[in-house]
Design a protein around this ligand. Structure first.
Ligand SMILES: Cc1ncc(COP(=O)(O)O)c(C=O)c1O
Length: 419
């Protein structure tokens, strides 16, 4: 016959399984459970510790125990109310944050600074990156205050090669362009369209010997939303190796890539790729934690620059993120967020199918990008108040329409301007 301790555990697990307990639901107090089960508070407490250890419940200081995950969430296909979504990662992260602070005074006050980042987070990151086909040794990983800090350091760094210029795709992530321009750094651009880049031109640029690094967003490019084909990625790596150019691979939206395409980092056999992972898209921008996988050779220089601008990366946030990754919350919430993006995408695809759009376009996360000849972007379209953005590049202009409930109506309006 099971003892009281086992009965409590069994009952709570059954409660989760038969949907009686929902995610985030507070469990009855220890005192109440000890009365119900006619046992000591210690026995209930022991059962709670076991459930906590199994990651079925979590503790909130001075409040009690809560269900970590309910049965509905085990089901991958569950659709969430979009309005609910943003607070899920936030709530989960908050419980990790609580866990990071409870009873850690000793640890926090006696912490010996590690420029490369908290060892636990480096462990978690190393394992996590394998899910993206990024295989690195721990001593190649550095935690930064978001991808932005990694980008800043990389723009400052001497890579030990002859090249002096940074090569950017055009268009590219606007803050990277600003970073380079505001520092007055030498840079060149290569045009990227919805069709990709001209590899012959890339080779000609690399061949000059002036490029020290090429900053690229191979998948779900910001702002175009496109992903390079595997053959293009292989060619970029071949050229980088041949002409000794470092590649900065910004994999900002890796968690939203339904095709799970291979990163440049995976294809690199000559330690030419610097891989950057951001947690902002799947968590929240205020987290300010990112991870960089560097070739061994570049680690000391990167850490040297990092120590000049930052004493340390926020320890509590690092600790909480490590917990968040290790207890499966990151994977689960990323999946749900991805599902939500897919729903928006279906909505946008249906709208596109119902109209005749004669120009090339790309859908990515929650944004439609239409590639247009410059002359089609009339002042009326530009000032149409439809919430669009126009990006002007050498060969084309790009019109971007974000997802909204009235996406279809807005798209139809845009088409009237384009005809
Ligand atoms: C391509 C790209 N890289 C990096 C970042 C910044 O990421 P983080 O918040 O990790 O600094 C962004 C933010 O929008 C981005 O679009």
């Amino acid at each position: 016959m099971p003892n009281k301790y086992q009965v409590i555990i069994r009952d709570i697990l059954e409660g989760i399984e038969n949907h009686r307990f929902k995610r985030g639901q507070k469990l009855p107090s220890i005192r109440h459970l000890s009365q119900v089960y006619k046992c000591s508070k210690d026995t209930v407490q022991k059962a709670m510790m076991e459930l906590k250890y199994q990651h079925r419940i979590y503790a909130v200081e001075k409040s009690g125990y809560y269900i970590l995950e309910d049965q509905d969430f085990q089901d991958n296909t569950v659709k969430l109310n979009p309005d609910d979504f943003q607070h899920l990662p936030y709530e989960d992260f908050r419980s990790c944050l609580n866990e990071s602070l409870v009873g850690r005074e000793n640890y926090l006050f006696n912490y010996y600074h590690q420029q490369e980042g908290l060892e636990e987070l480096i462990d978690s990151l190393q394992r996590l990156l394998m899910d993206y086909d990024v295989y690195t040794k721990k001593d190649q990983l550095v935690i930064t205050a978001g991808s932005q800090q990694a980008l800043y350091i990389l723009t400052q760094m001497d890579f030990g090669t002859k090249g002096t210029d940074i090569l950017l795709e055009e268009p590219t992530y606007h803050r990277m362009k600003e970073l380079v321009e505001h520092q007055g750094l030498a840079y060149q651009t290569i045009e990227r369209t919805l069709d990709g880049i001209d590899l012959e031109q890339l080779e000609a640029i690399f061949k000059t010997g002036r490029i020290k690094c090429f900053y690229t967003i191979p998948r779900l490019h910001n702002p175009l939303g496109t992903t390079y084909h595997l053959e293009t990625k292989k060619a970029i790596i071949r050229l980088a190796q041949r002409y000794k150019v470092y590649i900065i691979e910004d994999d900002y939206l890796a968690d939203f890539d339904s095709s799970k395409s291979l990163p440049l980092h995976y294809l690199d056999t000559d330690n030419k790729v610097i891989y950057i992972k951001s947690f902002t898209p799947t968590l929240f921008p205020a987290l300010r934690i990112g991870g960089v996988a560097l070739p061994h050779k570049l680690v000391p220089a990167f850490l040297g620059y990092k120590s000049l601008i930052d004493y340390d990366t926020n320890l509590i946030m690092q600790k909480a993120l490590s917990l968040y990754i290790d207890n499966g919350m990151f994977a689960r919430n990323s999946r749900h967020l991805f599902q939500q993006v897919l729903d928006k995408r279906l909505h946008m695809e249906a709208a596109l199918a119902s109209c005749q759009l004669a120009y090339p376009y790309q859908l990515a996360t929650d944004l439609l990008t239409i590639q247009l000849p410059h002359q089609t972007v009339t002042p009326q379209l530009k000032h149409s108040q439809l919430g669009i953005e126009i990006i002007s590049c050498p060969s084309f202009s790009y019109l971007q329409l974000p997802y909204s409930q009235d996406f279809k109506e807005k798209l139809q309006q845009i088409l009237t301007y384009l005809h």
